[in-house]
Every structure is written in C-alpha cells, then in structure tokens.
Design a protein around this ligand. Structure first.
Ligand SMILES: Nc1nc2c(ncn2[C@@H]2O[C@H](COP(=O)(O)OP(=O)(O)OP(=O)(O)O)[C@@H](O)[C@H]2O)c(=O)[nH]1
Length: 798
C-alpha cells in the first residue's frame, strides 16, 4: 500500500470486544501494559545501544524515548532509525528539558500536525491547541460528540512519508488497515502508533487462530455430514427453503424451543427473511467463533476426518423459526390428519382387548321378576305369628337397656357365653352393672358413656308373637331418635325407676315427654315397667304410689285405664321379667310378668289394603350386589320382590330386589312389619333417612303447609318450630292458631286463640321450609329449642 494511499485515520478493524475489554487486552500483553513482549524489549534495548553508537556525538541530544520511538516505527531497523534521527536533529533544536519528561511525539503525529496546517481547523475551544488532529479526534470520541471532521490531504501525508519504507511491512499487517469510512475508536486505539502495531499483531494471531479453526471445522463438518447421511431423512416438504436450510433438521419435534425464543421476530418477518433469496451484502464478513470442536479420533475414524467433503456453512441466522409458523407447506401437508402408525397399532390392540373383555363379560343381571303374588292372601294363609313392635321409653338411666338385656338373656336369645364376655368387658372399664345393657347398647360410644344414643333393634319371639324391640335413648339430647323409634312401634314399654327420688326426677324429665310423644304417635296401649324394685325392697307402698300418680298422668294423656299395665320388676336381677318373683318380699304381687304382658297387648289394626307407605328409618349403602338397602316400618300396604316403588321427595323409582324381615329373606312384607328392602335401579343419592316410600300409582303429595290437630305439651303460639314426622325432621313454624278444640269431642271451643296452654288441643297451621311428603292421618311432633311443644295429626293441606 503506497504511503499516501490511506486516510488519516487508521481504521483498524478490531473485534467489538476490543471496545470494552480493554483491561483484558492489556493484561495479556505484559506487566507494563506497553504492549511489548520480552523479545521486543530485548530488541529495543540492543537497538537503542546501536542507534546511539550510530548517532555518534548527536547521541547526547537524543533521548532513549526518541530512539525507541524511531526503532518502533522502523521495526528495529537501526540504520533507518539513525537516518531518521539525524534528519530530525538536523532540523529540530534539541530540547533542554530532561528527555524523560518530554512527551515523545510520534512521527505519525508529526505528519498529522503538518497536515493540520494545510487543513481548515474546525476544532472548538475544547481542543487542546498543541494536540494533533488524531489526538483531538480521540479526545472528541471519548468525551464529546463527534465534530465535523477536517481531513488532511493525502498529498500532505505522502510528502512527509516519502522516505518511509512502508513497503517492508509484512503483508498480514497491511491487511488490518482498511480504506473504509473513517470510524473513530476510543482513545486506546485512536492515537497511539504502538497500539496500532500491537493491534496488527493481534490481528495476525487471530487470523492464524481462525485459519486453524477453519481447518478443524472442515474436518468436523465432514464428520457431521457423514453422520447426517446415517440419519433418516425428514419427509417434511422443504421445496421453498433455501439451499442451506434444506439440510437443516426438522424442528417440529422440538416445539419447546420456539417457546423459549420469546424475543424472536414475528413469523411474517422470519418468513420473509428465510424464504426470499438473500440480498448480497457488500464486504460484510461474518466472523463467527469456532463453534465446533475438532472431530474426535473416533469420529474421524468412523466418518473420515480427513475427508474433503464440502464444508457446510454455519447458519448466519440467529433465529430458527419453528416450521409450523412459517412454512405454509406444513399446513397444507396436514401431517396429523390421519392416524400415525403407532395410533393404528394401538387401535388394533385396543379392539382385540375389547373383544376379549366382551367374551369375559358377565351377562347383565336379569331384571328382577315379580311373582305377582296377592300378598294379602299370602299373609292370611301364611299362619304367621302375630308381629309386635314395641318401643322402650323412659327417663335416662331408669334401666331400659338392662331390662331388655335381661329379657333377651332369659329368653335365651343371648347365650351365657356372650353375657359372660360382656360382663368381663364391662368390669374392665368399671361398669359391670351395665353388662346386660350392653346387649342393646352396642356402640363403643354408648358403652363408654353408659347411655343409649340411637335406637337399638333386636328380636325375640314367643309361642304366639314375634317381637321387635326398639330401645330408645332416654337422654333429652336424643329425643329425635326416640321419636324415630316411637314412629315404628305399635305400643310403648315405659320404664320407671322406683328408687327414691328417681321416679320424681323422671317425671320432671323425659318420662312425661316420652309418654306424650308415644300417645301422639297413635299408640293406645302402654306397659309401665316399675323397675329397680330391689332398691326399694319390693315396697308395695312405693309401687302403689307410682301406679297412682302415673295412672293420673297417663289418662290425662288420653290413655284408657284398661289399656295401661303396671308391673313391678327388677331388670338387673330378672324378677318378674320372664320369671315370676319368688321372694317373700314381693308376695303382695300376683300379677303377670313383663313377657306375659307383652303377649297380651292388643295390637293395632294393619292397613294391608291401603296404598304402600313406608317411612325410611335407615339407609344402607352396601356392596356391588346390594348397592342400596333401606329399612323402616310399613305403615300401610304391602311390598313384594320385583315391585317398583317411588322414593319421595326425590320422586325417583326403584325396584325391590330382595326383602328381609327380622334378618330372614322373604318374598313379601306387610303393614306393621319393619322389613329391609334391597333396591336396584336407583342412585343411592335419591334416598335418605326420613324419606317416604310409596306406590308409584298412589304417591304422597309434597306439601309445604298443612293443618294439624295439635296436643300442646307447652304453651303454643305462632312461633318457629322443628317438625318431626316419623324419622323425618324439617324446620318450619306454627303459622296460625285456627281454633281451640274440645279434647274429647273435637268441637271448636274458641276460634283464633292467642295462645294454647299445655294439655289443650288446638287446630293450627304448620308451615314447612321445604316441601315434604305428608298426608292426612300422619302424625307429627313439633319441638322448639329442644323442648317438645306439641304433637299432632295432619288433617289436610293448608
Ligand atoms: N339395682 C338395680 N339397678 C338397675 C336395674 N336396672 C338397671 N339398673 C342399673 O341402672 C343403670 C342404668 O341402666 P341402663 O339400662 O343403662 O339405663 P337406661 O334407661 O337404658 O339408660 P339410657 O338408655 O341411657 O337412657 C345401670 O347401672 C344398671 O345396672 C335394676 O333392676 N336394679
């Protein structure tokens, strides 16, 4: 390159890294940061000595810095440096200051200053007056906005450097100086000729490294190309891709990658960039770092590392779009329009599996067939014993469960071994006196607390009758359960504790309440078991006193005296339960035992001819064979296996699959019995405790308000109450007091009374919160805040 053939600015094309990685650059180049290697320094030292020798007497006027500057510029050429310095010293007065303090002015800078004299100056006041043009430019680039640049002419530079042997500069160094548009670099590279040379040296090193990398890449590419040949070719269309892109592996299998490129240009832009032929860019060299390592020995052996296969160019795009977004052909190809081979295989396997499963399948359960029996006739000719359900009521701890345990034990329904076991268990927790009660109280809560919580059911039979025991809880907290039990019973057995004060406290407690509820349920016969007579030494006076007071109360509650039976007994020891008492202390009692009284009770008439009505007392969700079972008393009508029933208020039908009465399977059941019905063809969610089951052709209406004839237990006035019907209870209220009635005749005594006193009978309108299946003749109990305020008979829909 001729000396005058370049612009004043040496626009060295360094990597961008150079612009900000200054510290790294210097640290690489020696401790002093002067950019000289040890070899340079040695050459500089020897050269300085020889130049001084060449200068002779002029040497004393020349500083080391000047000599070294010359040597640096002439690449350690001693002769040229001597000539240069002699010329310089011949025209320039040596300075008097110490050479070390003088700032060395490079020849290049001198050239610039000469040119400056010819060029128009545009520098402002920020420019140092003695700085060269190049220094000024560096200063401006570093601290100011770029000024309009005044360029020295090539002629001026050429004149100055006419004797400079630029032609000796190695070719690779010439390569780093370009004739591009002036481009200002920072102060590091803008004003130092040493640094320029240093940069040239680095450029050379880098080019050598790149050449090595290129060679390595060629080998690696050859290896990769060989590996690519071994892979299955993508069938996806690539017709409108550029040549280089056709070899790009499909990215459809890696959709996640596209998601990670959140800053990718929009698909349209990519489309254009990829699909249109690339525009030839002038003189842009894409210098990518070596991205591929040299092929391993194994790869070279396998694929021919020395192969001369054409090198695949590195992709110059930094954005690799997912094909579905840019290549229209993928859309039209509809790659997933038909099932994949895997899908087809799976489908075939699935079909085979389904066929084999079908072979294994059990045929659907045959529909339950009805025998279409005339159940009433069947019942009449069956010769069944009479069936009696009684509820055991009374104040808490008066001995109800113990009495029933004794009854069952003495009737051998419970064997000695079971009783011994219960005794042992009861002793273990210090409740040995409750062993008999545990015959009925089976839950751990009941046993640990010593109180009955829920209705306990058990069975026994005599020669004439099959009995169902419904043992009710005596505690006031469980009155709703007591109501549920009472609603299923034909008559009550009232248990009274004859012990001192116990009878009296019972009267204030649940004794009276239980009696009233039982009577309100329509029960007309009652057996009063005066219990724990052993605690009062079988006192006739005590028994008579209790009998007298209870008769008065019971008759007031509308029990006829002839239908009331009193029996002195002791459930714990068993006297007068099944066996007559033998003690002389009880010689005054010659009446019947409890069992005899039970056998003698007149049972209510069964409404077999009426439509089916069954109050659901329990719902059992069982196994696959019997997913849903219900139990409850049949108030009227009959059922048989195969019958369709209607559940209310869900209004869902079900089929009776099987029937059990007292744990024995039967074909039918009639009013008065408490069967268990195993159902099918219904979702278990449609049946709950308290629901009504009836004949589909004679359903019970759902009502939200009704008129009732009410016996008041407490003062009654329009107020919110809880309405109990059998096992069902629902919020509601007494809406209206229509009239007060004569207790015996039912005639209206007073219309719209403001209040009804305890013991009076009134006609009231009861409002329900939701619709419930209630019809004429059904009995309801109204409670308010845990107290029973009244019980009544539903008359009609209000
Ligand atoms: N001395 C004596 N104690 C009895 C008799 N009958 C029951 N008891 C005792 O009275 C206590 C209560 O007996 P339970 O049978 O649990 O009374 P309950 O009426 O069933 O109690 P709840 O069902 O919780 O209302 C127990 O300790 C019994 O041992 C009896 O005839 N004589």
């Amino acid at each position: 390159m001729p000396p005058g053939g370049f612009s004043r600015t040496r626009n060295v094309d360094y990597d961008d890294d150079d612009a900000y990685d200054d510290e790294d650059d210097y640290s690489e180049e020696g401790e002093g940061g002067d950019g000289m290697t040890e070899h340079d320094k040695e050459q500089m030292r020897v050269g300085t000595t020889r130049v001084r020798q060449g200068l002779g007497e002029l040497s004393e006027f020349t500083s080391d810095a000047q000599i070294q500057e010359a040597l640096w510029h002439y690449y350690y050429d001693v002769d040229k440096s001597v000539v240069y310095l002699k010329n310089k010293l011949g025209t320039t007065e040596p300075k008097q200051e110490a050479p070390k303090k003088e700032k060395a002015t490079s020849r290049f800078d001198q050239a610039a200053s000469v040119a400056d004299q010819k060029a128009p100056t545009t520098t402002g006041k920020q420019t140092h007056p003695q700085s060269s043009w190049l220094e000024e430019s560096a200063y401006r680039v570093a601290y100011l906005s770029p000024p309009p640049i005044s360029m020295p002419t090539n002629e001026a530079i050429g004149d100055f450097f006419w004797d400079v042997p630029w032609g000796n500069v190695p070719l690779h160094r010439l390569g780093v100086i370009t004739l591009d548009t002036p481009r200002y670099r920072g102060g590091l590279l803008g004003g130092s000729s040493k640094l320029a040379a240093l940069a040239a040296k680095r450029r050379k090193d880098r080019e050598e490294a790149e050449a090595a990398a290129t060679k390595a890449n060629s080998e690696a590419n050859a290896a990769v190309a060989m590996l690519d040949k071994l892979t299955v070719k993508s069938k996806e269309p690539t017709s409108n891709l550029r040549g280089g892109d056709t070899e790009r592996p499909s990215r459809a299998r890696y959709p996640g990658r596209r998601r990670s490129r959140s800053r990718s240009p929009p698909p349209e832009a990519i489309d254009e960039a990829i699909l249109k032929p690339a525009v030839q860019q002038p003189a842009i060299v894409c210098e990518l770092p070596a991205q591929r390592a040299k092929a391993s020995m194994f790869a070279s052996t396998l694929c021919g590392g020395s192969s001369t296969a054409a090198r695949r160019p590195f992709p110059t795009l930094e954005v690799f779009p997912a094909p579905y977004t840019i290549y229209k052909e993928y859309d039209s190809a509809k790659a997933f329009a038909s099932p994949s081979p895997d899908d087809i295989k799976k489908r075939v396997q699935g079909e085979k599996l389904a066929q084999s499963v079908e072979k294994l399948a059990v045929a659907d359960e045959p529909k339950v067939k009805s025998k279409n029996l005339n159940v009433v006739q069947e019942f009449e000719k069956s010769g069944l014993k009479r069936m009696a359900n009684f509820v055991v009521v009374g104040h808490v701890d008066h001995g109800k469960s113990t009495l029933m345990g004794r009854l069952l034990y003495d009737l051998k329904v419970i064997d000695q071994r079971s009783i011994d076991k219960l005794r042992k268990e009861a002793e273990n927790i210090g409740k040995s006196s409750f062993a008999l009660a545990w015959v009925m109280d089976e839950t751990s809560e009941e046993r640990s607390r010593g109180v009955t919580v829920d209705i306990a059911t058990n069975y026994f039979e005599t020669d004439k009758t099959r009995f169902t025991i419904l043992d009710a809880p005596g505690h006031k907290d469980f009155i709703p359960n007591m109501i549920s039990g009472a609603s299923q019973a034909d008559f009550p057995v009232l248990v009274i504790d004859a012990s001192t004060n116990s009878f009296e406290s019972g009267l204030k407690g649940q004794t009276k309440e239980h009696i009233l509820i039982a009577r309100s349920m329509g029960m007309q016969h009652i057996i009063v078991a005066v219990n724990k007579m052993d605690t009062v030494s079988w006192s006739k006076a005590r028994f008579d006193d209790i009998t007298k007071r209870m008769t008065a109360f019971l008759t007031e509650a509308s029990f006829l005296e002839k239908r009331i039976t009193f029996i002195p007994l002791a459930g714990l020891t068993g006297e007068n339960v099944v066996k007559k008492i033998e003690s002389s202390a009880a010689h005054w009692y010659t009446g019947e035992t409890l069992l005899e009284a039970l056998e003698r009770v007149e049972l209510p008439k069964r409404n077999l001819q009426k439509a089916l009505r069954l109050s659901v007392a329990d719902v059992f969700r069982g196994d696959m064979r019997s997913p849903l079972s219900i139990s409850g008393r049949i108030d009227s009508g009959t059922v048989q296996v195969g019958d369709t029933i209607l559940a209310l208020p869900a209004n869902e039908t079900a089929t009776i699959k099987a029937i059990e009465v007292q744990d024995a399977p039967v074909d039918w059941a009639v009013a008065g019995q408490i069967p268990t019905l195993h159902l099918t063809d219904i979702d278990p969610i449609h049946l709950r405790q308290g629901d009504m089951v009836c004949a589909p052709n004679a359903p019970v209406k759902l009502v939200k308000a009704f008129t009732s004839k009410l016996l008041a237990f407490e003062h009654v006035l329009p107020m919110p109450v809880e309405v109990f019907r059998s096992t069902l209870n629902s919020p509601g209220g007494i809406r209206t007091l229509s009239a007060r009635l004569n207790k015996f005749t039912g005639e209206i005594v007073k219309k719209k009374p403001r209040i009804v006193k305890p013991g009076e009978v009134a006609r009231v309108v009861v409002q329900l919160e939701r619709e419930l299946p209630i019809e004429e003749g059904m009995r309801v109990v109204l409670r308010e805040r845990g107290r029973t305020v009244g019980a009544g008979l539903m008359e009609n829909v209000a």
